[in-house]
Design a protein around this ligand. Sequence first.
Ligand code: ADP
Ligand code: MG
Length: 247
Amino acid sequence: MPTIVESAASLELTGIELAFGNNKVLRGVDLAVPAGSTACVIGPSGSGKSTLLRATNRLLEPAAGDIRLGGESVLKSNPDELRRRIGMVFQHFNLFPHKTVLENITLPLRKIKGLTKEGAADAALVQLELVGLKEKASARPGNLSGGQQQRVAIARALAMKPEVMLFDEATSALDPELVKGVLGLMADLAGAGMTMVVVTHEMGFAQQVADQVAFMDRGVVVEAGAPEKLFSAAESPRLRQFLSQVL
Ligand code: ADP
Ligand code: MG
């Protein structure tokens, strides 16, 4: 178990719409993720998966729809406060290269949570130990493998004690031999009761870890359901075609 999940909350997205100019990228997305469960989002490139995650923690503002965390709408809350409650892990880690591993984790704890230097360092070391990287605390990200860097990014997000974790193709940039370790950490986190939305091309992970799989195409969730159902008895022709290409 990589962490003690203290406060996982439910996440409900309803009717989320978002456009870039004339390009309507999200056209009414609905997704309900019960507290402590994992939803995997699959779908072709350009279908709006990354945009959906970014709208969920309001790196992008949805034009319509609602986002509820623990049953309460968060569209009017402070975006910084929301990002403390919803952690996000990106494909390319997004670590500060000139800071140490420890500083990468303590920085948001101090800036956003207002922890003291000592308090932040203590919390960061606890998370680093849980992802198996305590001995790398004073290393620079560039001296770590991609898999280790992604573990640091996950530790950084978890140190904020989020209620939901979003993963956007967290293993797509990793060398194949490093993928398993990061997916294992994510599976442990799911097992520990975190609420997670995982955009992934790893169909094995979706089959084994997801409580539900949502297939996105052209800005909507076309079909969602339990992985056993979705992977073996897809209803939508678009999903059947997608699965025939990736499985
Ligand atoms: P996915 O993650 O499923 O591959 P994205 O959410 O990244 O899809 O992109 C969906 C669509 O939104 C694409 O047509 C993409 O070109 C467009 N898009 C994404 N981000 C931006 C942006 N910052 N500005 C303009 N268009 C964007
Ligand atoms: Mg994407």
